[in-house]
Design a protein around this ligand. Structure first.
Ligand SMILES: C[S@@+](CC[C@H](N)C(=O)[O-])C[C@H]1O[C@@H](n2cnc3c(N)ncnc32)[C@H](O)[C@@H]1O
Length: 218
């Protein structure tokens, strides 16, 4: 009798051990899958490590309507266009089809590889759609007469300052979703997530000059 209880206890213990081991394997497997998926998401969606945390922006592709709205606000404009944070290159491709010579700035290497592959696949030649691995905050943008940006509210004030210093007087800036906090816009179209705003640098400078001279001589 004692023997059979011992055997039963031993069997029960070995079953528990089996379950425990199995659960541990399952937990490790789930952990590994989760970490792998997170790593993959981070590789595609998060910008490089060198960007300060305050200026870090994830990848969020613009919608078809948003892209169409950007192109409407760039109608009649020509030549050089910069997309600040090109993502998978969709805005650059639309603009290059409209005849612009586009540079897409992107710091995420996976997105960069993807957009370069797309450009090659679609047969878009180099000067019309160029993708560069460059932090646009550290790039001189003075050559661009057209700038497109789909970023985040937290960085729009910093971007205003940078663009106002660097862009030529005939430049136009089109931003998606999040307007500049201080610049007066020249026009806007769309609503909700698809809303885009256009700003003419000449008008922004004029407004700034008038406001500062008014402050100097009230
Ligand atoms: C909201 S997504 C917009 C993507 C694309 N322009 C579109 O409309 O679909 C912002 C992109 O900016 C990139 N980005 C963020 N900071 C950057 C920086 N300092 N220099 C270059 N690219 C940056 C991110 O990796 C991300 O792909």
């Amino acid at each position: 009798m004692e023997d059979s209880i011992e055997v039963m206890l031993q069997e029960r213990n070995s079953k528990l051990l089996y379950h425990y081991r199995n659960n541990r394997v399952l937990t490790f497997a789930a952990g590994a899958i989760f970490s792998g998926l997170y790593g993959l998401w981070a590789m595609f969606c998060l910008p490089g490590l060198k960007v300060p945390f305050r200026l870090k922006l994830p990848f969020l592709p613009s919608t078809k309507v948003q892209t169409e709205n950007v192109m409407k606000l760039l109608e009649g404009r020509q030549v050089w266009l910069a997309d600040l944070g090109a993502g998978d290159g969709r805005l650059v491709f639309s603009a290059s089809c409209a005849g612009f010579q586009c540079t897409g700035f992107e710091i995420n290497p996976m997105l960069l590889a993807y957009s370069r592959g797309q450009a090659w696949w679609r047969g878009i030649p180099h000067p019309r759609a160029t993708f560069v691995k460059q932090d646009f905050w550290k790039t001189d943008l003075s050559k661009y007469t057209n700038v497109v940006a789909f970023l985040a509210p937290a960085v729009m004030a910093d971007l205003e300052e940078k663009l106002l210093k660097e862009l030529p007087v005939d430049a136009r800036v089109v931003v998606c979703c999040f307007p500049f906090p201080h610049w007066p816009h020249s026009c806007t179209i769309g609503s909700g997530l698809d809303q885009v705003w256009a700003y003419n640098v000449s008008s922004v400078r004029e407004t700034r000059d008038t406001t500062s001279s008014f402050r100097a001589h009230p």
